[in-house]
Design a protein around this ligand. Sequence first.
Ligand SMILES: *Cc1c(COP(=O)(O)O)cnc(C)c1O
Length: 382
Amino acid sequence: MTPLYLDCNATTPVDPVVVDAMMPWFREQFGNPHSVNHTFGTDAAAAVEDARRSIARLVGADAREIIFTSGATESNNLAIKGAARFERRMRGRRNRIITVASEHKCVLESVKALEAEGFATDVLPVGTDGTVETERLARALDDDVILVSVMAANNEIGTLQPLADIGAMTRACGALFHCDGAQAAGRIPLDVNTAAIDLMSLSGHKVYGPKGIGVLYVRRRPRARIEPLFSGGGQERTLRSGTVPAPLAIGFGKAADLAAPRQVEEATRLDTLARALINGLPGVSLNGPPLDSRLPGNLNLLIEGVDAGHLISRVPELAFSTGSACTSAVVEPSYVLRAIGLTPGQAASSIRLGIGRFTTSDDIAFANERLTHAINRCRREA
Ligand SMILES: *Cc1c(COP(=O)(O)O)cnc(C)c1O
């Protein structure tokens, strides 16, 4: 029996409509979108440009501001390292990068890599609900800051950051605002202009599109200047050399088209399902913000007195995550849960559930029943 998938913050299933949209571009229309001498190439190029427009529309951008990458990890690296290195090489006036303790590992590691290159860095703390304190950001911002990187929605605890405030403050000090929008895109309204975002990373596989494709939004006015990570043929406005994987880009475009019109309705549906999923679970509390101000579909639960790994092994019918990440074979408590003030023990008793487009209310009733049973059993065995 296939387990019920409840891990939509790790990845989402590819929507069958997206699969159908991609197939011809694998099978018959396999041209290199950068080949200009025949219709294999030009047809693929036209479809990639359609996809670029669809993705731009999802975040209020212009198609010319969308750069295809391999995913949000690459986009985050490109934005953060690219902005810092451009500033150093071309202007050399500013030297500092600001980010937040609960960001995705690829953001934190990119910032750390810049530290080794001699840039100064600030990693701001978060409050118990995971939001960055804007007063702390205000104090950290000055005319030495190159870039501020703050995510739209947290992948573990669903915190939504106050992007418009952060964007306004960042622009006022003349720094670039980079936003990791991988979790938020297609789930909550995102607009690069409202939030004064200069650079934004998105990922296909978090919005029911394929894995291995992402984009970096790069603002044109006022222009965000970054240096590429790769040397090569100069594709994607010289910012990302390499052949654009047309089928994946087209799939991401279709996924953006599907997500946009149903965003509001779907958020309400996911919220209802999330409430039903935790309803009556014994001795359980929510980590992160309350449900009404949280990324729709995300739950992170502290289950007192129960080891998360133990619980997971007791419900093989459900696929979800612990609050921990396995790094180099050692299970470490989640740094995000630690950042909002949980003890290592509490983090070890936490699970993440991610509800998505294909989760039904029957699924939720089943999951609630199985979890209740398993939690009670784990407590008896403890
Ligand atoms: C999944 C995720 C990433 C990484 O995206 P990939 O496309 O898998 O590289 C980065 N940031 C956040 C917030 C994510 O959820």
